[in-house]
Unconditional design. Sequence first.
Length: 108
Amino acid sequence: MKKQSQPNYQRIYSDIIEQKFPYKKAECETLLEKKILSAMDIMELNNRIFGTKDQDFKKMNQQLRSYNESDILSILNYQKSHKMNNLQVAEHFGLSRNTMTKWRRMFQ
């Protein structure tokens, strides 16, 4: 069974910054220097480069996201360290409350 390859997000975002947003290069440099970008890093880069969009666009974009186990665990650790409930974390990361509940049951 072949392992599904992941897009080279460093290259994609570097090209976007280089061509369209060169003034944001310094702001995104630390994230782009990481060897492996997590889903959290990609969301952060997206917010830094493009800013927040309207609600419909955010909802459509959320449907296309996928998270691996390490991303889920980092979101759950964020929840613990900031003493947030499922609703607060779901709003912060653009997830559903049901997703947060499911993840907590699976991993804790």
